[in-house]
Design a protein around this ligand. Structure first.
Ligand SMILES: C[S@@+](CC[C@H](N)C(=O)[O-])C[C@H]1O[C@@H](n2cnc3c(N)ncnc32)[C@H](O)[C@@H]1O
Length: 402
């Protein structure tokens, strides 16, 4: 693959080393890295010297100096915005320096067709309203973050660089593309300079290693002041894909942040906040908030009857408010009788959620290919809810026949 060969040629000049792996087109996941020979656990696959990273310190000084520096507690300018601005307003010198990287990263069309934040405005509102709760909430936050970053660049950086006004839309789209490139390709990195910044600001771009796709478990990623290294977590056969784990994320999170919804994900969970909170009166919501139990209600394979938070919240529908407070304060579940009552309420809310799933699926089917990923997600949710109901109804039915 010519673009990859050129990237490796350039990378070698930067001191980057790549051993026993090579890039390959992976159906449905863009480029990925596969073993070009049998690999043993603990073999070092990629070595990237710190000098070849794109970070806060490599951002063009005119951009950096135009804005307040990043500061602890998410104060100051986000590093994400700075890196994206640096890519958008790249000098001809930097564009040439990084041309091998630009040639291999996904194109604007590829990025825009996969990531919800870039859904065309005509589809955005409709698809956004049809996203599962967790994805919808996450996308709203991401959109707010992007718009804030864009305003900083438009209102502060453009004038500082003496750019003519009124180039808004074109540049906004370019900034969005680069913002999403940064979002999907950065790695966590800390140096004495960035140590006091918040976790979100400890991000860098690294060429070559950013070709690694995500899996539930993957190679070890480590760094020190001198370099980044990627090390094989296990033996691999020649031709096998080499992945890293981007984090223990749900499919809703992966869809919004990375633009894909995996078939298998052992870290997946389904958020049922919507239907749980619909059951609650305002007074009950206030109680939940006071005790730190408002929201974050999940089901997954391990907890078909709802996670601890779900069960604590729904216990409020089964006992008096005073008794609920006592049980919560003492960390008790109320015993078998209350557990059975909670199971019944869980069945009730899951049935409600199942209706929502079916409704969303029906609507998404009308929308064509732009809705495919969301449709796939709702089908996964439907299955998870049905599986949970299957298990719970056994308990509830058994219990009724006592
Ligand atoms: C860091 S890049 C990995 C390299 C990327 N595939 C490429 O073509 O350059 C992250 C992006 O790769 C894709 N990706 C990563 N892991 C994936 C997976 N397990 N399934 C589908 N797409 C995946 C997503 O588009 C994601 O935003």
């Amino acid at each position: 693959m010519q673009a990859y060969d050129e990237l490796i040629h350039w990378a070698t000049d930067q001191g980057i080393e790549v051993h026993g792996i090579e890039a390959k087109m992976m159906p449905g996941r863009g480029l990925g890295m596969v073993a070009s020979k049998d690999i043993e656990a603990n073999e070092r696959l990629i070595y990237v010297p710190t000098s070849s990273l794109r970070s806060l310190t490599t951002v063009r000084s005119k951009i950096r100096h135009a804005l307040p520096p990043p500061a602890p507690n998410n104060k100051g300018t986000p590093v994400h915005a700075l890196l994206a601005a640096d890519l958008t307003l790249e000098t001809p010198f930097a564009a040439i320096k990084y041309s091998a990287w630009h040639a291999i990263v996904p194109t604007r069309d590829e990025i825009f067709s996969s990531l919800p934040l870039a859904w065309p405005p005509s589809d955005y509102d409709k698809l956004h309203s049809l996203l599962p709760f967790q994805a919808r909430t996450h996308l709203s936050k991401q959109k707010a973050k992007f718009e804030k970053d864009w305003e900083l660049i438009r209102d502060v950086v453009f004038p500082a660089l003496e750019m003519p006004p009124n180039r808004g839309t074109t540049y906004k789209q370019r900034f969005l593309y680069n913002w999403l490139l940064v979002n999907t390709r950065t790695f966590y990195h800390e140096t004495p300079k960035t140590e006091r910044l918040s976790k979100d600001d400890k991000m860098i771009l690294q060429p070559v290693a950013d070709l690694l796709n995500h899996a539930d478990e993957g190679c070890e990623v480590s760094f020190d002041l001198a370099c980044f290294t990627i090390t094989a977590d296990r033996d691999y056969k020649q031709g096998e894909e080499i992945c890293i784990c981007y984090g223990r994320h749900s499919n809703d999170f992966l869809m919004v942040e990375y633009g894909f919804c995996p078939e298998e994900n052992k870290w997946d969970e389904v958020c049922i906040d919507e239907v749980v909170l619909e059951e609650m009166t305002n007074e009950q919501k206030q109680k939940l908030e006071e005790k730190g139990f408002l929201g974050g209600y999940m089901i997954d394979e391990r907890t078909p009857g709802g996670c601890y938070r779900t069960r604590v919240a729904l216990m409020l529908k089964c006992v008096s408010s005073a008794e609920w407070e006592r049980l919560v304060d003492e960390g008790e579940d109320g015993g078998e009788e209350v557990k059975r009552l909670v199971d019944r309420v869980v069945v009730k809310v899951l049935k409600k959620y199942l209706k929502k799933c079916k409704g969303a699926i029906g609507e998404l089917k009308q929308l064509g290919s732009s809705a495919e990923m969301v449709l796939k997600r709702w089908r996964q949710i439907q299955k998870a809810v049905e599986d949970s109901l299957g298990e719970l109804e056994l308990v509830v039915v058994d219990d009724r026949s006592d």
